[in-house]
Design a protein around this ligand. Sequence first.
Ligand SMILES: *Cc1c(COP(=O)(O)O)cnc(C)c1O
Length: 385
Amino acid sequence: MIPYGRQDINDDDVRAVIEVLRSDWLTQGPAVERFEQQVAAYCGARHAVALSNATAALHLACLAAGLGPGDLLWTSPNTFVASANCALYCGARPGFVDIDPATLNLDVDALEQRLRAARTNGQLPKLVVPVHFAGQSCDMARIAELAREYGFSVIEDAAHAIGARYQGAPVGGCRFSAMTVFSFHPVKIVTSGEGGMVLTNSDTLYRQLLLLRSHGITRAPEQLQGASDGPWYYEQQALGFNYRITDIQAALGASQMGRIDAFVARRQQLARRYDALLADLPLVLPHCHPDAESATHLYVVRLRLDRVKASQRQVFEALRARAIGVNLHYIPVHTQPYYRELGFAAGDFPQAEQYYREALTLPLFPGLSEAEQDQVVHALHEVLV
Ligand SMILES: *Cc1c(COP(=O)(O)O)cnc(C)c1O
């Protein structure tokens, strides 16, 4: 089976991990700091906080932004459930804004309309979490304008988008947001096994994230609220968590960061090749906004169902039967049983739902060979025409 995504691990990565295993630190040691500094420098952000995964990173980012009971968080329905669950972890209420069918990102016109309505009924969100779907940045300049006008904070869910650029600058620099979250799960652009990171330019948010990552405990003399009892002294100042990442993982992530540009370039090259080889099939191919340079985490096509002889499910199953590991990103979050329990219903976000009925994710990862890609293309020709 050709998978839809796969990590790329080389001998340098293996050596970096072994070096940590032979060192004094297995967790929260020098490799974590190195990884953080490397990603912050790459993205042009002041601070980075590495965490056990991006779900934990979203949770802490929401807490650091002050999200709590009674507050609202809005995100895209076309995302992984974690982008909305972080609201519920904080006791806040999640809401959604439908997608733009061209970019598959949160539709900023729809966002503006909902904000206008929300202002009149006192239901404005405290946080908006734009998701850079498939690695393409949302229209952050416009979202930041709306944030100023309507008084919400922005956390970018950039789990797909490390290595992407927006208006010429790297995603993660937080020019248009309070914080940006990355994931280092093995299917993402760069991996640490499991891992996540929050980037920010705010010293206050940075301190808060550090505190919450490790039980709400600090040892920093300048941060103590009381007098120190001695060199062993620490204070718990907030209800934090154990969301630490290990040095073993951080060393892998740092080693991978050395190849990020090559990973993204290879993904983009394969995507351009798909564009050319699939042009004559009844498919809508990915569209990239001129302001965005995608990290190309996913290559998603939409079936033109009126011109395809089979149903979406038949196409999917026929490709799997031909050992092509297609996937589907995403089931609209608001249609999940847990979200229906919260009052959401099918029909609430028609663009995301229509997209879901036509979408298909094709295999794309740096190690995909052109021969394997030809196999995918050949199978699609067989199944679709
Ligand atoms: C993968 C992913 C996450 C969660 O990342 P983990 O590191 O697995 O917790 C969150 N949001 C999006 C959009 C993702 O794709």
